[in-house]
Design a protein around this ligand. Structure first.
Ligand code: MN
Length: 231
């Protein structure tokens, strides 16, 4: 194929214990999926249908990186999250069969320009400026579901410079992994290459240049991120 310019390689995530890369096409993110986080953001948690936003695949950053402090914000936040990678087409799948469509899992950070997100929210504008920006989707290598089975509970935490900031359990999600896949598959033909960030627990907060973030999810290992100067 002759392109007008030389395109970047397709964004991809390594698979733990393998030489393979999981090529990424879309990134979906669930909003307010832990009750205590919904409350800290000023909302009453409920069982209204989940809502979503997206990030571009080229906003992915692999764990261990140093990212520049993000442009246009003075309140860059971490949000530690479980990430699901889809294994095969999923369209209108039931909650009962949703697990069959999972390739694997990762630890992720949904980096957020909180000041821009809240400003957009207040005036009824899209969340893109607050959520979908360069280096905003941090991820570890994928752990295949074939190795660890279903992942519905277990510790999820985040430390900034060694201080605990987030600590919760995956079972506290308002919408669990199966329910998210089933619901999202009503709106999209999910397919291989789709990642889903499943929402963050309470304790979100700001980072500054020089910070060192470490997050953990049981069975998935650790995620690490350094915040560098703006550039
Ligand atoms: Mn989030």
């Amino acid at each position: 194929m002759d392109y007008v310019y030389t395109p970047e390689p397709i964004p991809s995530v390594p698979v733990r214990g393998s030489h393979l890369q999981y090529a990424v096409s879309r990134i979906f993110c669930v909003g307010r999926n832990y009750a205590a986080h919904a409350r800290e953001m000023g909302f009453d948690p409920d069982r209204e249908p989940p809502f979503y936003f997206t990030k571009a695949a080229n906003s992915l950053v692999l764990s261990g990186a140093t990212i520049p402090y993000s442009l246009g914000t003075s309140n860059l936040h971490y949000e530690m999250e479980l990430v699901i990678a889809i294994s095969k087409p999923a369209f209108r799948v039931s909650v009962e069969t949703a697990q069959d469509h999972i390739y694997g899992y990762a630890c992720g950070l949904d980096m957020t320009r909180r000041d821009l997100q809240i400003k957009s929210r207040e005036i009824g504008r899209p969340w893109d400026f607050g959520k979908a920006f360069e280096n905003s989707a941090v991820i570890t290598p994928l752990v295949p579901k074939s190795e660890i089975g279903e992942l519905n509970l277990g510790n999820i935490d985040l430390f900034v410079n060694g201080v605990t900031k987030q600590k919760a359990d995956l079972k506290d999600m308002i919408w669990n992994v199966s329910e998210i896949i089933s619901n999202l598959s009503e709106y999209y033909h999910l397919n291989t290459g789709d990642l889903i960030y499943t929402g963050t627990p309470e304790g979100v907060g700001p980072v500054v240049t020089g910070d060192h973030l470490v997050g953990n999810i049981d069975q998935l290992g650790s995620l690490e991120l350094h915040i560098g100067p703006a550039e």
